[in-house]
Design a binder for this molecule. Structure first.
Ligand SMILES: *Cc1c(COP(=O)(O)O)cnc(C)c1O
Length: 353
């Protein structure tokens, strides 16, 4: 730290992203990326957009908003685009939390929420999950706080139904409820249809997981016009050109080729059920995930040990070094070939313990 660093950030502990190793080729199952390449039309359009990189991109993202809105029964004014959904989540902390309105989120959830809160000097309440890692909606009624819920939740993959989400929104009509749908396309119910009914709902989504564009950095928010206006005030006060032309074009191509994404999501869901079945046969316990990852533990081997041995054998998964999660590993569901390698490697590791 230099002696110039603002005291307000002195104690800030940044988020630790999953490893992105370069030194050797791993079967990479640690950051929930898609095993499939981006939609071919997205790649083609991004290439074409590269020729025009001398010009600034459209700060209002009009074309991609129009296409997304049309496909989802929304108005373009009900959509905002950001550099990954991490940015829209950060904007939500900036826009809808302060001294009088702290944040609230589950004690086990996306590890970035507490970092956003700390970075913005916002207090937050951690609401414990139930013993089985599920969320009890009633714990979120009338909190008087801005609520953040990942649905499906991370790293458990467990989802609430749209009715349960609606109840939380109804019971917090004076506060914003943010539903982070990073993993919704793999088998959960989206809350997007509720934005016309409730002016206090913000849904965030990303192109990083189901849409194979993690490297492109494209995320979005869907909400009533008022909430989107507030978020645009923040966005246009920080970086109105945060979506570069190539990413915007890749996003448009991906939306225009929606059937490609849908097919991939279906394959991932099938691979998830296949892998879950095989792991259960090996004695693994797991949460009922509807996301593109499995959250698993084995009575035979500690989470960290499994992570370490898999890494030694060229398979990278995610381990969280906090007491409640330490028994577990989070494994991204990849292609069928990747899952076969994973299963084979685990089988060999378990023979040895
Ligand atoms: C991956 C992820 C995000 C953000 O991803 P971006 O790449 O920034 O769009 C947000 N929330 C959850 C729960 C995630 O797992």
């Amino acid at each position: 730290m230099s002696r110039f660093f603002s005291t307000k950030y002195k104690n800030l502990i940044p988020y630790t992203p999953g490893e992105q190793p370069k030194q050797r080729k791993f079967v990479k199952l640690n950051t929930n990326e898609s095993p499939f390449p981006p939609a071919p039309l997205g790649v083609k359009m991004a290439r074409e957009a590269a020729a025009n990189l001398g010009r600034y991109p459209d700060p209002e993202c009009r074309e991609i908003s129009r296409i997304f809105a049309e496909k989802n029964g929304l108005l373009p004014e009900e959509v905002i685009w950001t550099n990954g959904s991490d940015d829209i989540l950060n904007f939500a902390f900036m826009a809808f939390c302060d001294k009088n309105t702290p944040a609230a989120f589950p004690n086990i959830s996306y590890g970035f929420y507490p970092v956003f809160a700390e970075a913005n000097g916002i207090d937050y309440e951690l609401i414990p999950l139930k013993e089985d890692f599920t969320i009890d909606c009633k714990d979120y009624f009338s909190l008087g706080k801005t609520i953040f819920i990942a649905n499906p939740n991370a790293p458990t993959g467990i989802a609430l139904s749209r009715d349960e989400i609606e109840e939380i929104i109804k019971q917090n009509s004076e506060n914003v409820v943010v539903i982070d749908e990073a993993y919704v396309d793999f088998g959960a119910e989206s809350s997007v249809p509720l934005v016309h009914k409730y002016d206090n709902l913000l849904v965030t989504q990303t192109f990083s997981k189901s849409r194979s564009l993690a490297g492109g950095r494209l995320g979005m928010g869907i909400a009533s016009k008022g909430i989107i206006d507030d978020l645009n005030t923040i966005r246009f006060s920080t970086n109105p050109y945060d979506i570069n032309s190539m990413t915007m074009a890749a996003g448009i191509g991906t939306l225009l080729q929606e059937e490609y994404t849908q097919k991939n999501c279906k394959t991932v869901a099938e691979n998830r059920e296949y892998t879950a079945g095989k792991l259960k046969k090996m004695g693994f316990l797991m949460t009922p995930s509807v996301a593109n990852f499995l959250f698993v533990r084995s009575p035979k081997i500690a989470g960290k040990e499994l992570y370490r041995k898999l890494k030694e054998n060229g398979v990278l998964v995610r381990h969280f070094d906090t007491p409640i999660l330490a028994d577990y590993c989070r494994i991204t569901v990849g292609s069928r070939e990747e899952m076969e390698i994973l299963l084979k490697t685990i089988e060999l590791i378990l023979e040895d313990v």
